[in-house]
Design a protein. Structure first.
Length: 454
């Protein structure tokens, strides 16, 4: 019998790149001083014996595979169900990541409390004691008589407890604290995170258990550990929001069982996270008319959302002038400034430009281009956009306004909140029906849109 061979390699803690020798700069991701020496084992088995002991499954015709509908069960949160694609699928592996204190553990504890009413749930924590879990559960009203909690970091012991309890939902908090004894590296290292994630994947797929993994992020907001972890799991959920802010946003970066464009909104209270189903009225509750303020209807997946764009254009004696954007790509702002200067003759080259989205919602769809242009022009000319007006459309480099998707649901959301003037691309006029008590104006250029809103 051949024993596993051991060898030492240097592994990048940012991307997982390995090398037989130490290097100051990782060739994989370009990070400095991230190569750490780790001991790995390689199984050496004869090819003939491998064929005798491990029999591969026979191949099947694609047309013969049954398409039985995957059963889903609710998390107890309509916002989380929407982001997951309709609920939790047995046998799925979900990764939840976010900044410290954003509410990852609280959200998963609330999910466990709701699901445990009808299914067996096991919550495994490697960061807190059982008493701390009990204190949080009482604080957020997530105390359950049927949910079981375990404080453990050894992956082998976790597998034994899973076999004994046979849960239908397993929560692991967090993946950076779990380790395998046969891997000679510290918990949280690339090797440990990768091997523990693969073991949890095997548990989820072989036993039909839905597994939620909580992960940490680095100081620049990326997932701590190798990017291979994102490829292993079925779904990656990013929890966004400032620790001192009231609202949290949940986005699906990857989802094998649903759309990646859905968005969930939660409000952080003393009693835990609460769903926010009517987000549009929430973000517009403090809107005040003034120069540089424009309302735009965005679409996240199937959900329309009205947000407020604010722009401030001010003359400055400093060269070069500042260009600052919050929740909007700064490159998009620079492109639109060039369009306004070239096509509309608005000379903003000697002005500081500041753009933000009220409420901290990040927008990156092209449909917000026209609203950004009008907000910049409004602040520069010190003119106020007409009351109860919304604007959307994509802007090209020649100043033309292009059609966007989902015009009908954007307009319906605006009408529901009482907006009367709607500026849209001319090519979207034919795709919407007759609107009562609403003025819908189609425009073909940015210059026409500016005339319509002032």
């Amino acid at each position: 019998m051949l024993l596993p061979k051991k060898k030492n390699v240097f592994v990048c803690q940012s991307c997982g790149y390995d090398s037989p020798k130490w290097m100051g700069k990782c060739p994989g991701c370009g990070s400095w001083n991230t190569m750490v020496e780790e001991t790995v084992k390689t199984d050496v088995r004869h090819g003939l014996s491998l064929g005798l002991t491990d029999r591969p499954q026979s191949a099947q015709l694609l047309s013969d595979i049954s398409l039985a509908k995957m059963p889903r069960f609710s998390t107890g949160s309509s916002e989380l169900d929407r982001v997951l694609g309709g609920g939790i699928i047995p046998g799925s592996l979900v990764l939840v990541v976010g900044d410290p204190g954003v509410g990852k553990s609280s959200l998963n504890l609330q999910v466990c409390s709701c699901v445990s009413k009808s299914k067996k749930v096991l919550y495994i924590t490697g960061e807190e004691s059982l008493q701390q879990i009990r204190m949080r559960a009482e604080r957020i009203n997530a105390l359950s008589d049927t949910m079981k909690v375990l404080s453990e970091t050894d992956m082998e012991r976790i597998g034994i407890h899973v076999d004994a309890e046979k849960p239908e939902l397993l929560i692991v908090d967090s993946i950076q604290t779990i380790f395998r004894p046969d891997v000679q590296s510290a918990p949280g290292s690339v090797s440990q995170v990768r091997e523990c994630a693969v073991e949890l994947l095997r548990i989820a797929k072989s036993r039909g258990i839905a597994v939620f993994i909580i992960g940490h992020v680095t100081k620049d907001g990326t997932l701590a550990g190798p990017r291979v972890l994102e490829h292993i799991v079925d779904t990656v959920l990013y929890f966004e929001g400032e620790r001192n802010a009231q609202y949290r946003i949940l986005r699906a970066i990857k989802n094998r069982f649903g759309s990646t464009n859905e968005l969930g909104l939660f409000e952080m209270r003393d009693t835990g996270l609460k769903d926010v189903p009517d987000a549009s009225s929430l973000f517009l509750s403090e809107t005040v008319l003034g120069p540089g303020i424009v309302i735009v209807p965005t679409v996240e997946g199937t959900r329309p959302l009205l947000v407020e764009i604010q722009a401030l254009v001010a003359a400055t004696p400093y060269i070069p002038p500042r260009r600052t954007a919050d929740s909007v790509d700064i490159k998009r702002i620079q492109l639109l400034l060039a369009v306004l200067e070239k096509r509309i003759n608005l000379s903003m080259g000697a002005c500081d430009v500041y753009v933000k989205v009220a409420g901290g919602i990040k927008i990156d769809e092209p449909a917000c281009d026209l609203a950004l242009c009008i907000a910049l022009a409004s602040s520069f000319t010190n003119k106020i956009v007409k009351e109860r007006t919304v604007v959307f459309g994509e802007v090209g480099l020649t100043g033309e306004v292009r059609a966007v998707n989902g015009a009908d649901i954007r307009i319906k959301e605006a009408c529901k909140l009482g907006f009367k003037n709607i500026i849209i691309p001319q090519k979207n006029i034919s795709s919407i029906g007759h609107m009562k008590n609403v003025s819908v104006i189609g425009v073909t250029t940015v210059k026409e849109a500016l005339k319509a809103v002032f």
